[in-house]
Ligand binder design. Structure first.
Ligand code: ADP
Length: 156
């Protein structure tokens, strides 16, 4: 049976760190669905459709990666699309504590879904969507933090 994981997140925007998690995930899973969670968004940088366009541009030609968006609870979305693995990334102990908390709740509510937490490669530990949002707000150049040196201005 095909092994498919959902990689859920805000991805506002998708960064080199996220890309590293997808690339490692592709060694474990046959396919990865990147799910842009579009709810509870106040004052994001990119519109959900532009977040998706950016991610699709990064993975164009990679048939094992699909990009979608969803509203509501991530576990419910997994059930709706029949996915039994949730992929997440972890940079540090703060991420670890947060991800563990979410995982424990999901384990209770969706016992058939397994969370797979992968470590961020060291060179991307300091990369975050919030740093890119801040750089963008103050006119900085974030291209070196983005996959393929993407210029975020093309997605604003
Ligand atoms: P969320 O709002 O759901 O946390 P994010 O887009 O911020 O969404 O993150 C999605 C996933 O990617 C989370 O598991 C997060 O820990 C992970 N992540 C964020 N930044 C990085 C990074 N630099 N390297 C690896 N994983 C990361």
């Amino acid at each position: 049976m095909e092994r498919v994981a959902l990689f859920p997140g805000s991805f506002d925007p998708f960064t080199l760190g996220h890309q590293a998690i997808v690339e490692q995930g592709l060694r474990i899973f046959d396919r990865i669905v990147i799910g842009v969670g579009a709810n509870l968004e106040k004052g994001g940088l990119l519109m959900p459709e532009n977040r998706m366009r950016l991610i699709r541009d990064i993975f164009q030609g990679e048939e094992r990666v699909e990009v979608t968006s969803y509203e509501g609870l991530t576990g419910d979305y997994c059930r709706r699309i029949g996915v039994r693995f949730m992929l997440r990334g972890m940079r540090n102990t703060v991420d670890y504590e947060y991800e563990r908390g979410v995982m424990l709740i999901n384990q209770q509510l969706y016992p058939e879904i397994t969370t797979v937490l992968l470590f961020t490669p060291p060179q991307y530990v300091a990369v975050s969507s919030s740093v890119i949002r801040e750089l963008t707000a103050f006119g900085g150049d974030s291209r070196s933090l983005m996959p393929n040196n993407i210029d975020i201005k093309e997605y604003l």
